[in-house]
Design a binder for this molecule. Structure first.
Ligand code: SAM
Ligand code: SF4
Length: 436
């Protein structure tokens, strides 16, 4: 029997790309490829790229420069670029990096097997369409092999909101929801392969409309899947947080008490310029309602500092919102100009102003994160154990609040949810003791 061909995928960016990479590997698995962890022995290298912030494309070109050496060593090696940089740059990639054989956008990777046929004949393959055929319907069921206890499942893609800073509506296209029955089937396949926790993904996951009851309706369907113990979802938009979803946070036991709800800024003037279509006060009221439904919910968010026109007063409004809301965890970014987006036309703030604001915001968010972690000490949590820890006899998993927790535990806790008492905290994790 001939050796299987080896596929190396390097994934950049968000969780949706992690999911897409898995599906690409499965699609090419049907053509005899098996995944390898290093590019050295690969027959195909795929870079699954992200375009959300500046210099993303430049990073891809310099990575391609490094990959060239592998092609010199092994002329039959095929090199492909997938994801949002592929979508945005298209043919330009093959012009600037002629050793690239294949360019595929996020909406057309179900066509990878046919593209592989083409590149094996020495041809180049480019597909950055937003095709009519449904990518997910074309892709076969999930592979049957044993899986890790947690998995991502994309339920919604694209965005119609057009925030003034963001490339997503251009690279991922308009909002599309997958039908609920297909998602349930995929969840069942994942559970059969050992998955216990599923994170539903979408650029605007709570705008999901593939079920009459919206995202909450889908969550209640998933609640009925035997063997599935935990459900999460990300990323949400404040304007799509409907009553049913808020209610599910209080009533659905499988839905974990963690919510990533980006606000971006605490200044109404900036929110308007960002085209966010919500106010800071509206966001704070929304959080109050969600916390009334689920008081122990851990809140996470995204912030952009230095959006064009942001004054010190606007920035102070963001700091005040953070003090008022209190985040258990959060991501913050310097505004990054994205060509083709409305904000790119506006005068930019000086780099040192942006750096200074980012540092102050991150300092405050870090304090809140550490206070939240410290408040867990002495509490009992439920941990889904995911893998062995660095030290012998240690296992690592996640609490319902998405804190990484490590504890001394036998290997057979893997894939099970156990009661754990938190005894200490460190920068990014909590130490726990298994409760018998
Ligand atoms: N749909 C989600 C929402 O509206 O909150 C977020 C999706 S986006 C992929 C993830 C995060 O990247 C955003 O919440 C935003 O904070 C950040 N982001 C997007 N464009 C950016 C830009 N041009 N500069 C800096 N950060 C950006
Ligand atoms: Fe980008 Fe999110 Fe705004 Fe859509 S809602 S444009 S994905 S930041």
């Amino acid at each position: 029997m001939s050796e299987p061909k080896k596929l190396y995928i390097k994934t950049y960016g968000c969780q949706m790309n992690v999911y897409d990479s898995e599906r690409m590997a499965e699609a090419l698995g049907g053509k005899g490829y098996v995944e390898t962890k290093t590019p050295d022995d690969a027959d195909m290298i795929l870079l699954n790229t992200c375009h959300i912030r500046e210099k993303a494309a430049e990073k891809v070109y310099s990575e391609l420069g490094r990959m060239k050496a592998f092609k010199v060593e092994k002329p039959d090696l095929k090199i492909g670029v997938a994801g949002c940089v592929a979508q945005a740059e298209g043919e330009e990639i093959m012009r600037r990096a002629p050793m690239v054989d294949l360019v595929v956008g996020p909406q057309s990777y179900h066509r990878l097997p046919a593209m592989d046929d083409a590149v094996q004949t020495g041809a180049k393959a480019l597909d950055t369409d937003f095709p009519e055929d449904d990518k997910f319907a074309t892709l076969k069921g999930r592979s049957k092999g044993k899986r890790a206890p947690t998995a991502f499942l994309t339920v919604q893609e694209g965005c119609d909101k057009f925030c003034a800073f963001c490339v997503v509506p251009y690279t991922r296209g308009s909002e599309v929801s997958r039908p609920a029955d297909r998602i349930i089937r995929e969840a069942q396949e994942l559970v059969e392969a050992g998955v216990r926790e599923i994170t539903l993904l979408g650029q605007n996951v709570n705008a999901y409309h593939g079920h009459d009851g919206g995202l909450a309706g889908l969550i209640w369907e998933l609640d009925k899947v035997d063997g599935l113990e935990r459900i999460r979802f990300t990323t949400s938009h404040p304007n799509d947080m409907d009553d049913a979803l808020i209610d599910a946070h209080g009533t659905c036991e499988k839905l974990m008490p963690y919510l990533h709800l980006p606000v971006q800024s605490g200044s109404n003037r900036i929110l308007k310029a960002m085209n966010r279509k919500h106010t800071a006060e509206g966001y704070v009221r929304l959080i109050e309602r969600i916390r009334a439904a689920r008081p122990d919910l851990l809140l996470s968010g995204d912030f952009i500092v230095g959006f064009p026109g942001e004054t010190e007063e606007d920035f102070e409004d963001t700091m005040q919102l953070v003090r008022d809301v209190h985040y258990g965890q959060a991501y913050s970014f310097k505004y990054s100009t994205r060509p083709g987006t409305p904000a790119a036309e506006k005068p930019q703030l000086p780099e040192d102003v942006m750096n200074d604001r980012l540092q102050r915001l991150q300092g405050l968010l870090r304090e809140q994160q550490q206070a939240t972690q410290a408040s867990m000490i002495g509490r009992e949590v439920k941990v889904l154990f995911e893998k062995a820890g660095r030290e012998a006899g240690q296992m690592i998993g996640k609490s319902e609040y998405l804190h990484a927790v490590y504890a001394e535990a036998p290997a057979d806790v893997l894939g099970t949810v156990r009661r754990v008492k938190i005894v200490d905290d460190s920068a990014n994790s909590l130490k726990g003791q298994l409760i018998a």
